[in-house]
Design a protein around this ligand. Structure first.
Ligand SMILES: Nc1ncnc2c1ncn2[C@@H]1O[C@H](COP(=O)(O)OP(=O)(O)OP(=O)(O)O)[C@@H](O)[C@H]1O
Ligand code: SF4
Ligand SMILES: [Mg+2]
Length: 428
């Protein structure tokens, strides 16, 4: 106990040093994010595959806290194909929500930052946005319009002091300035009816507290779908609801997705929901993807010991067991991740000789199925290796960025014979 205490102990000066370094890094990242004059060539790119709506490539999202860097998402890569549902599963704290918040650029800033990788969002004109580099001002046009999100708890997502109608209208007013007041009202009524609210006119004038949990979640779906987004992110949309309402909401989501030809990224703990809804499944553990494939691959041929453990811990109707299986142990501390397989200390199938090496690479074991485990090292081709981004690299990037800015400023002074008013002074 005392040894453990010592291991995790941070003195005042350690903590001061960490927060000073964090401030330098987050200030630099915030400056990049808020640069509304950023050249579009830095965030306009193209998709690897035109059939995908979103592609995540080696995405790293870190929280720069006073006790150290929390590597919440560490080299996550997966695709969301057009008009499909991708289920993301994993136990609590494995980085599902942080992945979705990274796509929306809704992380708690300045502590939370996407520090590496690419998140490409397909645009209608054949180009794509790299959301990681997209400035906040451009993101405001994308959020709610091209991508929208349904949160777990509707009561905390709806504003308690505004009527339901006003909250749906607001989304349309923001993204469709060409619509008249009447058109917005009609569209809101249409949305309320589409999500199965019987008394649409009455609900339009109600406050959130006057609705049931299921109705509130329907309103959240109406808000999310008001602008016909191409991607709907549903972060545990039915966890707060009872099973009957849960089935209705899932049915509704599935039907609406087909109606507006969008894709769903469905985050849940519930493998039953995934089996029912998802075309593709991504299994996450401790901020990394450990296995991904079609729903058939994952449910009929789970390969990673963690996925096998998740499957075993699912209750099966008609199968009597004295005790449900649970995966022993806990997820490692996200501030001090080991450099070997993160699952090693909990793994039943650990082969000490093979598994003592570096974190396993991603191995493609079929066209659609990828697993990250040393047991499959000679059963397929290596397709990816996720990398940790050390603070030293971020600090070097910042120095490089400041150098380039200084150079640009000097060039603009030489060209105009006066100081560039947009040029900021160098950070201390
Ligand atoms: N604002 C924050 N500051 C510091 N760490 C954070 C913050 N938000 C999330 N984290 C850390 O990031 C990791 C991933 O969290 P995340 O919310 O993505 O988990 P999750 O997979 O969605 O879990 P759950 O199923 O419980 O919702 C956790 O270790 C969490 O402690
Ligand atoms: S790499 Fe080894 S320890 Fe990790 S999941 Fe595979 S078998 Fe288990
Ligand atoms: Mg979550």
């Amino acid at each position: 106990m005392s040894k453990n205490k010592k291991k995790n102990y941070l003195s005042g000066s350690d903590s001061h040093k960490i927060s000073k370094e964090n401030r330098i890094i987050t200030k630099y990242l915030e400056k990049l994010r808020n640069d509304s004059k950023r050249d579009p060539s830095q965030y306009i790119t193209s998709m690897r595959d035109e059939n995908n709506i979103v592609e995540l490539d080696n995405v790293c999202t870190y929280f720069f806290t006073d006790i150290g860097v929390v590597r919440a998402v560490d080299g996550v890569s997966f695709d969301i194909p057009k008009c499909s549902t991708v289920g993301v599963v994993g136990e609590s704290g494995c980085g599902k929500s942080v992945t979705s918040l990274s796509i929306m650029q809704l992380l708690q800033r300045p502590t939370g930052q996407v520090v590496g990788g690419e998140i490409r969002l397909s645009n209608e004109d054949g180009t794509a946005y790299n959301i990681v580099n997209t400035p906040t001002s451009v993101m405001q046009e994308i959020r709610g319009n091209k991508i929208s999100m349904i949160f777990q708890e509707p009561m905390t997502s709806l504003n308690p002091v505004f009527r339901i109608g006003a909250q749906i209208n607001e989304v349309l007013e923001l993204h469709h300035s060409e619509m008249t007041k009447e058109q917005i009202h009609d569209r809101t009524m249409e949305m309320l009816e589409m999500v199965g609210i019987a008394n649409a006119e009455g609900v339009y004038n109600m406050y959130p507290h006057e609705l049931s949990g299921g109705m509130r979640q329907r309103v959240m779906i109406a808000i999310a779908l008001a602008c016909d987004p191409k991607l709907i992110i549903a972060d545990e949309p039915t966890t707060a609801l009872d099973v009957t309402i849960q089935a209705q909401i899932l049915d509704l989501l599935r039907n609406l997705k087909d109606k507006i030809n969008s894709s769903i990224m469905l985050i849940t703990h519930d493998l039953g929901v995934i089996a029912e809804m998802a075309d593709y499944v991504v299994v996450m553990y401790a901020g990394r993807v450990v296995e991904k494939g079609t729903a058939h691959d994952i449910f009929h041929n789970p390969c990673h010991p963690y996925t096998i453990g998740l499957m075993k811990s699912k209750p099966v109707v008609g199968k009597q067991v004295d005790e449900l299986y649970n995966i022993p142990g806990n997820v490692p501390n996200p501030v001090n991740m080991p450099d070997y397989c993160y699952f090693r200390d909990r793994c039943d199938l650990c082969d000490h000789e093979r598994c003592s090496g570096k974190y396993p690479s991603e191995i493609r074991i079929s066209d659609t199925h990828v697993v990250s485990c040393h047991l499959f090292a000679d059963k397929g081709e290596v397709v990816g290796r996720s990398q940790i981004i050390p603070n030293s690299q971020l600090l070097e990037d910042r120095v490089e960025y400041n150098k380039n800015r200084k150079k640009k400023m000097a060039e603009s002074v030489n060209a105009n014979g006066q100081t560039d008013k947009t040029g900021a002074r160098e950070d201390k």
